[in-house]
Design a protein around this ligand. Structure first.
Ligand code: ADP
Length: 609
């Protein structure tokens, strides 16, 4: 046992020695730490004093530049002064803590780098609550660009200090994966028709990306597979929807600052607000009517609209709903009663006040032009991102787009049964097949376009005449033309990624999203200079080597062919310049950020009563 004691003693001595050595080292370390910690404290103190200055700025008494945080903006807090102070204190502590954490790490590494603070706060202004009301919204139900806007704009507005609720019909065709996640929020009965008939209104809720979606549930109106069927059914459906949307907001006691209505399906909302709902809490909300496509207005026999809407007779006059001898126009009523009208590009805002583009409402729009604005659409850059898009064959970014787009091209050619050749110039068309989209021009030039070096890929559904003509071209030019007469989101992504150019020669185009998506994927748009196409595609300038695509002005097949040939010449003879434009287009800002900020500006201008 004594041996063991001796061993213990020796051990404890060694341990003590080690301890002393290590404590010496610790003291050294602490000394280093102290010096650095002092520096850090000084830095933290600086932060505090800077923060104090910034806070003064938040009160509007100083002019220190604003700083950015990812959280709620300072200006948002302006509306709630009591909360403001609390939040400020929290921010302060977090900042100082952060500074200390940074230093602790730096001490261990013994590297002294300048302390990095948070990004400057962007002053977002006061918070606004907005209810979007519309008939379709990606990813629940989509027939065109409206659905993209109803999805992407609220998502961006949430980032810009807005509370957004999106009110939609609960169509039966909404995929089950969304339906099963909806939460029941309540139900009630609402009178609708002029004879006081009662209808059930259920509210089912779904939340994603900070946006709350409230679906109006009624099996009688929303059981069909497609959101739009025929006017006989659609008129009652959207009279019901407009009134039910307002009633649901009241039921939920959610009174927004602004009610943002989209297209004719929601156009009765401002009319209801100023008539049937004028003595309710929601009458304080302001309304915006956005026209996504003036061609669709919800026109039907006046007696039918009067019966189903239950609206008072005085709104069925020439200045409001009445058109022609005995018809009513739901969009016209919405435009008359809305506090503000917007459409989806500046050029279209001007065009619709002319007879050619006005679809019979040009005089009405000229009369209301004082409250009309154009704000161009953006696209959701998370969904449309060639670098991360899971639906395309090979991901790419501006570094490797030229090579990787070739891989996408070959894979698409294989998938579609086209002749596989990466050197061919592949032109895409992704569109509803209607005469709005300039398909007559395309039909007229296909034989001139398909010259052995060029291929055409069509994706679309619509008028049977156009569907058949594209089917014909596929059989006439086997291996060079492929017509996909279908609606297919996945295939659309692959076509955007694989093509060299995309055709959008529209007769009129309020904004157009396909040219924006094409640019994001480095696919050069060939467009007619109308509406949003004019506002978003700068024509290629060979002298300055600038621009984003190829454009033509008159609605003429010869001019379209000329634009296609200019694109081909650049592709086959000056590839370097073509490739530079591919990269330039991919770098172009087509996001919602700017446009959402403009909508926000409007919301701020529209002060609720
Ligand atoms: P519009 O709303 O007039 O139909 P837009 O250019 O504003 O035209 O929006 C069209 C949207 O619909 C784009 O997102 C486009 O990719 C998509 N799209 C059009 N046709 C098809 C199709 N057949 N398959 C898949 N997506 C399509």
């Amino acid at each position: 046992m004594p041996e063991k004691k001796e061993e213990k003693k020796t051990k404890s001595k060694t341990v003590k020695k080690e301890k002393t050595e290590s404590s010496l080292k610790e003291t050294e370390k602490k000394a280093v730490k102290k010096t650095s910690a002092r520096k850090v404290k000084e830095a933290a103190a600086n932060v505090e004093s800077e923060m104090a200055e910034v806070m003064v700025a938040a009160d509007g008494k100083a002019v220190k530049p604003a700083r950015k945080t990812s959280g709620v903006s300072k200006a948002a807090k302006e509306e709630k002064p009591a909360e403001e102070k609390k939040t400020r204190k929290t921010v302060k502590t977090v900042k100082v803590k952060k500074a200390e954490e940074v230093v602790e790490e730096k001490v261990e590494e013994k590297v002294e780098e300048p302390v990095v603070f948070e990004e400057p706060v962007k002053d977002l202004g006061p918070r606004r609550s907005v209810a979007f009301i519309g008939s379709e919204c990606y990813p629940f139900v989509k027939t065109g660009g409206l659905a993209d806007v109803m999805y992407a704009l609220p998502k961006e507005l949430v980032k810009q200090n807005c509370d957004v609720k999106v009110i939609l019909p609960r169509y039966k065709c909404i995929p089950w994966k969304y339906q099963e996640k909806m939460v029941y929020r309540g139900e009630f009965y609402m009178d609708l028709c002029s004879d006081g008939r009662q209808f059930y209104v259920g509210i089912m809720e779904y939340e994603a990306d900070g946006v709350v979606y409230d679906f109006i549930d009624n099996e009688e109106f929303f059981t069909s597979g497609n959101p739009y069927t025929n006017m006989v059914d659609d008129i009652p459906k959207f009279c019901y929807f407009a009134k039910a949307a307002l009633s649901a907001l009241l039921y939920l006691n959610w009174i927004p600052d602004v009610i943002h209505c989209h297209d004719w399906q929601a156009a009765l909302v401002p009319v209801y607000l100023h008539t049937k709902f004028e003595n309710t809490a929601i009458a304080r909300s302001k309304t915006i009517m956005t026209v996504h496509n003036l061609r669709f207005q919800g026109i039907y026999d006046m007696g039918t609209i009067s019966y189903w809407s239950g609206l008072p007779d005085y709104v069925f006059n020439k200045d409001c709903l009445k058109v022609g001898y005995n018809d009513a126009n739901m969009l016209k009523g919405g435009l008359a009663y809305a506090n503000m009208i917007t459409t989806v590009s500046n050029t279209y805002a001007g065009e619709i006040q002319t007879e050619f583009y006005g679809e019979g409402l040009d005089a009405h729009l000229r009369y209301h032009s004082g409250k009309l604005r154009g704000i161009v659409n953006g696209i959701d850059c998370d969904i449309w991102n060639p670098d991360t898009d899971q639906r395309i064959y090979t991901n790419y970014n501006t570094e490797d787009a030229i090579e990787k787009k070739k891989a996408n091209k070959k894979a698409l050619q294989e998938e579609l049964g086209l002749n596989v050749d990466e050197n061919k110039f592949v032109i895409g068309l992704i569109s509803r097949l209607t005469n709005q989209k300039g398909l007559d021009l395309i039909n007229a030039i296909v034989p001139n376009m398909i010259d052995g070096n060029t291929q055409l890929v069509v994706l679309g559904t619509g008028d049977p005449g156009y569907e058949d003509s594209f089917r014909y071209y596929e059989s006439a030019y086997k291996g060079e033309v492929c017509s996909n007469i279908m609606y297919d989101e996945d295939r659309a992504h692959r076509i955007y990624a694989a093509c060299d150019a995309l055709l959008v020669p529209s007769l009129f185009e309020p904004c157009g999203l396909t040219q924006l998506i094409a640019m994001r994927y480095g696919t050069l748009p060939i467009v007619r200079e109308t509406g949003g196409l004019k506002d978003t595609v700068e024509p290629y300038n060979m002298y300055e080597d600038s621009g984003n695509g190829f454009t033509f002005d008159g609605y003429d097949a010869g001019l379209l062919l000329d634009a296609v040939n200019r694109a081909k010449t650049l592709y086959f003879e000056h590839r370097e310049n073509y490739d530079k434009m591919v990269i330039r287009d991919m770098q172009k800002d087509v996001s919602w950020e700017n446009s959402a900020a403009q909508y926000r500006e409007l919301y701020l201008q529209l002060r609720p009563e």
